[in-house]
Write a protein that binds this ligand. Structure first.
Ligand code: PEP
Ligand code: MG
Length: 591
């Protein structure tokens, strides 16, 4: 059998298509992507998924059996070679791996899948492995739970044995032709995609404000999460249309549907091009009220995109992304260099650096302590206050960067006044240390706090007294107010920025901060949501920070808004306690 050719959109169209079907998920990033599926697993086990021809099923079964036999031989050989004076665990460990290999879930069930569903051997094996791993994850006993790693190691051996013996189609040749299909991605995986030029992303899991989704949005690519079984239903190389705004994924579209989406995609491209004309236009309402539109960034490289979008500053630098996807934490000099680079590139525009917000769905190798309920655990400032040396290192790096341009320090997840007091104490300590060493820094560095826990919004008095500015993190504010895990797609439909409780907390925070003369911004995803721009203006917001990809569309909305008009409607929306009515009022506000 000859090797199949790499998929391209043209080849996928020319080949007899599989059945067309549509999947629905949550759109996290607008636009339309048209491309060929490239299936990846977030695990180390990247395996192809393809259909085996009816007359090749026996050969595929033999390929599977050979691989299992080879691994069995390897493990028996290793067992025999264990020195007599080696610790007893070594033999026990190999016995365990042999037992796992002989378990019918791995040695028999995949054969059934190959025979009945005509999937390739690697895919059948990984499918079964995931089921087994899932069962292990549900075990209470931590020792037994950890045995899932042994299952993965055994399967990795078998996959290695199959390497080069299959008929997987190569991944699409051009990255622009690829729509990546995965079960799930960590935010760090997603970050690695910044170096690529894929057409789009779709995943089985994930909520719309998970950090994975936020990074996808920052890539400016169409992305859909929460598709549930996409990775199992889609085959490598199949033609896909991802409508990132509607959250719809069309698999094997017919020519007419494809033509319609191609047309819509060019219309969207045209609109994006037109928006670029607004880059240097100052953001102000019809009556001339200035509105600040800043950018959220994850890495120093993102500054380029922020400047291209005409951002007036960096309203949120999620510094934790410098710490992710690596073994060792960045030291003071490395951090300083990254912060200084951003400050220099922003050329005098303010840069708001958020201190490490690690925990929940963002983990750092060797430094995270997730706990039983990570979103409510030792996350963000709680983590930093528990690791004062690490925190002081970051504060020193930020202070040093403040010598090179306007820097503001932003503290995530504050809930208690004493947390702010401790932060201010550490800032003083870092300043004193630098002063002793005669290292330059901005002595008046403003210190702000994120209002993203309902308690902080409700007890704002304590924070406006202590802090120089506030920034509302609506992603977490919604997560904690509505008690919905941001990363859990099973509750993603309950994410609702228009929930009266959320709007009251946002409105109250803006009003109270203004009364106290403390500047306040919104840096959660709500700030980049064009449908909410007028509502936020009406609630009194004048500082927005968002991913650069959304900035010009929000600016267009600001330019078309009149403050007296949006204020009246925002008050009516605040008074509405009926979701349908709220949506009607919002539609009227945006008409
Ligand atoms: C937020 O919670 O709204 C926010 C901006 O921070 P993050 O999304 O990084 O938690
Ligand atoms: Mg947050």
């Amino acid at each position: 059998m000859g090797k199949p050719e790499a998929a391209t959109v043209e080849r996928a169209l020319a080949a007899p298509a599989g059945a067309s079907f549509t999947l629905h998920g949550a759109g996290v990033s607008g636009g339309i992507a048209i491309g060929c599926a490239h299936l990846v697993t977030a695990a180390r086990l990247e395996v192809p998924h393809y259909e085996v021809a009816a007359d090749a099923v026996d050969a595929e079964l033999a390929r599977f059996d050979d691989a299992i036999a080879e691994v069995r031989g390897e493990l028996i050989g290793l067992h025999a070679a264990v020195p007599t004076d080696a610790p007893a665990e070594m033999g026990a460990f190999l016995d365990l791996h042999l037992m796992i290999l002989d378990d019918s879930t791995l040695s028999q069930a995949p054969r059934e899948l190959i025979r009945t569903r005509r999937v390739n051997a690697e895919w059948a094996l990984v499918h079964q492995m995931e089921m087994l791993v899932h069962r292990f994850e549900e075990i209470e006993d931590p020792y037994l739970r950890e045995r899932k790693a042994d299952v993965q190691q055994v399967v990795e051996r078998a996959l290695k044995a199959m390497l080069g013996t299959g008929h997987a189609p190569p991944p699409p040749e051009r990255e622009e032709d690829i729509i990546v299909v995965a079960h799930d991605f960590s935010p760090a995986d997603m970050l690695a995609f910044k170096q690529h030029r894929f057409a789009g992303f779709v995943t089985d899991l994930g909520g719309v404000t998970s950090h994975t989704a936020i990074v996808a949005r920052s890539l400016g690519l169409p992305a859909i999460v929460g598709l549930h079984r996409a990775r199992h239903m889609i085959r490598e190389g199949e033609l896909l249309i991802a409508d990132g705004a509607a959250g719809v994924l069309i698999v094997n579209p017919d020519r007419q549907v494809l033509a319609e989406y191609q047309l819509r995609r060019s219309q969207l491209d045209l609109e994006r091009q037109k928006l670029k004309r607004l880059r240097t236009t100052p953001a102000a309402t019809i009556e001339g009220v200035p509105v600040e539109l800043a950018a959220n960034i994850e890495l120093p490289e993102d500054v380029e995109q922020a400047l291209e979008a005409g951002a007036t500053g960096v309203g949120l630098f999620r510094s934790e992304f410098l710490f992710m996807g690596r073994m060792e934490l960045p030291g003071e000099d490395e951090q300083f260099e990254a912060y200084r680079q951003v400050v220099a590139a922003m050329g005098g525009r303010p840069v708001t650096i958020r201190t490490l917000d690690i925990g929940a769905d963002k983990t750092v190798n060797g430094a995270d302590r997730a706990g039983p309920n990570p979103a409510l655990g030792l996350r963000a400032i709680r983590f930093c206050l528990a690791e004062p040396q690490m925190f002081l290192t970051q504060l020193r790096a930020i202070l040093r960067a403040s010598h090179y341009g306007p820097v503001r320090l932003l503290v995530p997840m504050i809930a208690h006044a004493h947390e702010v007091d401790q932060v201010l104490h550490y800032v003083q300590q870092a300043k004193a240390g630098l002063a002793r060493e005669a290292v330059a820094f901005d002595a008046a560095l403003p210190v702000g706090g994120m209002i993203e826990i309902p308690a902080a919004a409700l007890a704002l008095g304590a924070f406006v007294k202590r802090l120089d500015f506030l920034s509302i993190g609506t992603n977490d504010l919604i997560q904690y107010t509505l008690a919905i895990d941001r990363t859990d797609d099973t509750v993603a439909h309950l994410y609702d920025p228009l929930h009266p409780a959320v709007l009251h907390l946002v409105g109250h925070t803006i009003r109270t901060a203004h009364r106290a003369g403390v500047p306040v911004a919104v840096c959660g995803e709500m700030a980049g949501e064009v449908a909410l721009t007028r509502l936020l203006l009406g609630l009194g917001l004048r500082q927005f920070s968002m991913h650069p990809a959304q900035l010009l569309a929000v600016k267009q909305q600001v330019l078309r808004s009149s403050i007296p008009e949006v204020e009246v409607m925002a008050q009516r929306i605040l008074r509405s306690d009926h979701p349908e009515r709220t949506r009607q009022l919002l539609a009227k506000l945006n008409a």
